[in-house]
Design a protein around this ligand. Structure first.
Ligand code: CTP
Length: 403
């Protein structure tokens, strides 16, 4: 799911990590969310009201009694407006007050009134000794016992006081991912999904290889969405620049280079998988031999012949091993007779679904941020999806698959 049009309420308390919240606001707005902000008075020692107001495009709620307040009862109306509240950074003081139901400023009154009705994420950030304090432990356990509150684990690393320890607030991109994941219904909870993504590379010699233009964007967007929906993901990835933020406990990333390595990794992971989505652009052929030294230019000829041999077809291998309760989804990137070729591929590889993307469509294909796909199911149904970001296309695909 995306956060397009969603209302995110951020509560900032007075810790040094507050300086990172303007970047978080920017990222959430870039993702299409609307953001409002409430702060403690101390938070304004670290980040200015003007910055927060400029970036969020809305007044900042800092004082319960300020005459300028839009409705005079923002601590009631803001939670009503919000789809989710994120308290970041949450200092030891604010964690303790929120756990105890103390409501003595703009942030804590808003938290208190949000608690009964909206999902809340809390990102504690403090000195490691304060994090370990029995009082903080007790408050954190109390917060965790509230049905709609999720407490994000602070990271280990360099703290503002100069020591290294546990207590760092997650980075803005990790918080953005946590917000999106928290808002995504857990429709794949308990499922294990195998994904292949990116290109494969087939070496010719120590410095050269055969590959293709795949960037891995679509496969990684699918992996991200599966994780957001609660699945455990095994991502078999060819070399690419994509990465997944967060979800460390649910993601197993297996990096491979060649089609044969990809086939080995996918076949062994498929045994335990409920769903496999094969998004990788696999090299169908590889050089018959890999030269141990760099191949030198020949002085006596202006030609060079490469002998290629066929690679294993992961999709076809999984199709032949598939159990009745497993779902197998392939991709087809075609440049001509698209539908016919895609349907033939689905049958030949014994797939349950095939996702067709055409290189002839503007905004679809390698390296673009958007895609336009048609999803065919083996029962003969067909779903034409509109052009959308690859994140949204990942949702369209997962919504169409029955597992
Ligand atoms: N695939 C695979 N292993 C291969 C080749 C393809 O797992 N060696 C998978 C792709 O990940 C994709 C589907 O099979 O899900 C179709 O890939 P595509 O390259 O379109 O099909 P090919 O079978 O290679 O046919 P062609 O290149 O002739 O179009």
């Amino acid at each position: 799911m995306t956060v397009v049009g969603k209302h995110i309420l951020i509560g900032i308390s007075g810790g040094i990590a507050a300086y990172k919240i303007p970047e978080l606001i920017r990222q959430l707005i870039k993702q299409g969310a609307e953001v409002r902000v409430t702060t403690t008075r101390n938070a304004l020692q670290f980040v200015t009201e003007t910055t927060l107001q400029t970036l969020s495009g809305a007044p900042v709620y800092t004082d319960v009694f300020a005459a300028i307040n839009e409705h005079a009862t923002e601590h009631i109306s803001l939670p009503q407006w919000a789809d989710l509240m994120l308290v970041a950074p949450a200092t030891a003081n604010v964690v303790a007050k929120c756990a105890a139901g103390i409501a003595d400023d703009a942030l804590t009154t808003t938290f208190c009134s949000c608690l009964a009705r909206k999902p809340i994420l809390v990102a504690p950030a403090m000195n490691d000794k304060m994090w370990e304090s029995p009082a903080t432990r007790h408050a954190i356990e109390t917060l965790r016992s509230f049905a709609n509150v999720t407490v994000l684990e602070p990271a280990e690393g360099q703290l503002a006081c100069g020591v290294s320890g546990k207590g760092r607030m997650p980075e803005p991109d990790e918080l953005t991912e946590a917000v999106i994941a928290a808002m995504t219904p857990k429709t794949l909870l308990g499922k294990r999904v195998l994904l292949t993504a990116g290109p494969t590379v087939e070496p010719l010699d120590p410095v050269r290889f055969i590959s293709n233009f795949s960037t891995g964007k679509m496969g990684y967007a699918l992996a991200r969405e599966c994780l957001r929906r609660g699945a455990e993901v095994i991502l078999v990835s060819g070399p690419c620049d994509q990465h997944i933020i967060g979800h460390d406990d649910m993601l197993s990333l297996r990096r491979v280079q060649t089609a044969r390595e990809m086939a080995d990794a996918a076949v062994s992971a498929f045994r335990e998988a409920d769903l496999a989505i094969l998004c990788a652009a696999v090299a169908d052929y590889r050089p018959e031999t890999v030269a141990p030294e760099k191949i030198k230019k020949q002085a006596d000829t202006d030609e060079m012949t490469l002998r290629l041999v066929e690679n294993p077809d992961t999709a076809a291998m999984l199709g032949s091993q598939k159990r009745p309760n497993q779902v197998l989804v392939g991709f087809a990137l075609e440049t001509e007779a698209e539908e016919e070729n895609a349907l033939r591929k689905m049958q030949r590889k014994q797939l349950d679904y095939i996702v067709l993307n055409s290189l002839r469509e503007t905004g679809a294909g390698f390296g673009t941020d958007t895609n336009r796909v048609t999803i065919f199911a083996k029962d003969g149904t067909k779903k034409d999806c509109p052009l959308a970001s690859k994140e949204t296309v990942a949702c369209q695909i997962l919504d169409a698959i029955l597992i």
